[in-house]
Design a protein around this ligand. Structure first.
Ligand code: UD1
Ligand code: M6R
Length: 386
């Protein structure tokens, strides 16, 4: 069932151009630029009237909520909060009948998320599921929802479910704003972006060999920082989770805007630093963050836009690169830096492409360390206990 792949994880990473198409099939009309989610159509206007949307999930599913929160805020103008299910339950926060709660879960069987769902049902909130497991507990117990249709995910590390959850949440945000004329241009831009995303993801997968070569240079490192901001904060967190859960490297996802508030103290010439630096409206701040890191002799590995603008000022040139070979095809001051170039898409969809680099990197780190990425120690695919 793994076909030509050595592990389910790699197979599932490579399935993504297809699984995201399955998520959108029959739902996004690319010609008319409309989105129709069968499972939500009777409830969309009620959700629009809610005074708050609370997204609740664990692990990777939580990161898909973070990745799309900005877009929900932008398109719906409804306050959005994003909650880790266990922390939400620890707090037992106030919740009201006019709140909508969205529960995101690959398995649909995660106990923390199920308990949070029960808490929200008891308080009369409208409960919506975004689930891969058809017939799962969360799918059955929510009032309505959307199946992400990613197909079975076997690897314990969630990969294709993340990209399909992300796209499903984007589709929900698009549906909720369908009545807003002022958002039409933006909605059309996103739907055009979705039309191209599968082919672009295919492009990213071609970087597999280069990522494997870079993994070789990182395999003995005990720790690693992954930096991102804005839409790419979720990418940093999810990338770090992937790397730590299967390679056991202590990888920390950091919001670049927080560097000066503590994490900058960790930066030196030894610690591997991956910076998500694809072009978006925060680009000036990204460049500023890169400057903060290189000024402390940090030597970032970049996830950057294909043919994008320069990231490093000429004066920062250094020769002790992580891998000179992998970087050899870059000119000028950036040539000694490793850079993975990904195709550019709409800002709110860029995380779908960027994360794939980190999924593949996590995979190779695990394999090169002799671990089986499909079965990380101490973890189970569905976490059915609290
Ligand atoms: C449904 C069918 C699909 C068929 C399509 C044709 C199922 C599972 N899906 O897809 O096979 O091709 O119609 O029109 O039979 N739901 C929840 N909670 C969740 C997820 C879903 O309550 O977490 C509910 C939805 O509100 C809906 C039903 O489950 O009532 C099916 O959801 P979904 O599969 O997303 O609906 P469609 O895409 O319309
Ligand atoms: O099935 P769920 O999406 O509810 O699972 C949530 C987490 O347990 C899950 O995403 C976990 O973090 C993954 N192993 C991460 O790869």
């Amino acid at each position: 069932r793994k076909g030509s792949f050595d592990h389910f994880m790699l197979k599932e990473i490579f399935e993504q151009p297809e699984s995201i198409i399955n998520t959108m099939r029959g739902r996004v009309n690319f010609q008319n630029k409309t989105v129709k989610l069968g499972g939500l159509s009777n409830y969309i206007s009620a959700i629009r009237r809610s005074r708050r949307i609370v997204m609740i999930a664990c692990g990777t599913s939580y990161h898909s909520c973070l990745a799309t929160r900005d877009l929900f805020e932008e398109l719906t103008d409804i306050p959005i909060s994003v909650e880790i299910a266990s922390y939400f339950l620890d707090r037992r926060p106030p919740l009201f009948r006019d709140d909508t709660c969205i529960f995101v879960s690959q398995s649909g069987e995660t106990m923390d998320t199920i308990f949070a769902l029960k808490y929200c049902i008891e308080r009369g909130a409208m409960c919506v599921g975004v689930v891969n497991g058809v017939g799962s507990a969360i799918s059955r117990q929510t009032l309505c929802g959307v199946h992400i249709n990613a197909g079975p995910e076997i690897g314990v590390a969630s990969t294709k479910a993340y990209t399909s959850q992300y796209i499903t949440l984007v589709m929900i945000a698009l549906s909720l704003s369908e009545d807003r004329l002022s958002k039409q241009t933006r909605r059309n831009e996103i739907i055009d972006g979705l039309a191209k995303i599968s082919a672009q993801l295919e492009e990213v997968l071609k970087l597999n060999d280069k990522i494997q070569a870079v993994a070789e240079t990182l395999v003995d490192k005990p720790k690693m920082l992954i930096l991102g901001r804005g839409y790419q904060y979720a990418t940093a967190l999810e990338g770090a989770l992937k790397i730590k859960e299967i390679s056991y490297i202590l990888a920390e996802g950091i919001l670049t805007g927080e560097l000066k508030h503590g994490p900058l103290a960790l930066v030196d010439e030894d610690i591997p630093i991956i910076m998500v630096a694809t072009k978006d409206k925060l680009f000036d701040k990204i460049i500023n963050g890169i400057g903060q890191v290189t000024a402390r002799s940090g030597k970032p590995i970049f996830i950057a836009s294909q043919n994008g603008p320069a990231l490093i000022e000429g004066s920062n040139k250094k020769e002790n690169g992580v891998t000179e070979t992998a970087a050899a095809d870059y000119n000028g001051a950036e040539k000694s830096y490793v850079k993975f170039e990904v195709p550019e898409t709409v800002d709110c969809l860029q995380g779908l492409l960027n994360i794939v680099i980190l999924q593949i990197l996590g995979y190779w780190l695990a394999v090169k360390k002799g671990y089986n990425p499909d079965h990380p120690r101490n973890l189970a695919k569905a976490v059915t206990t609290e």
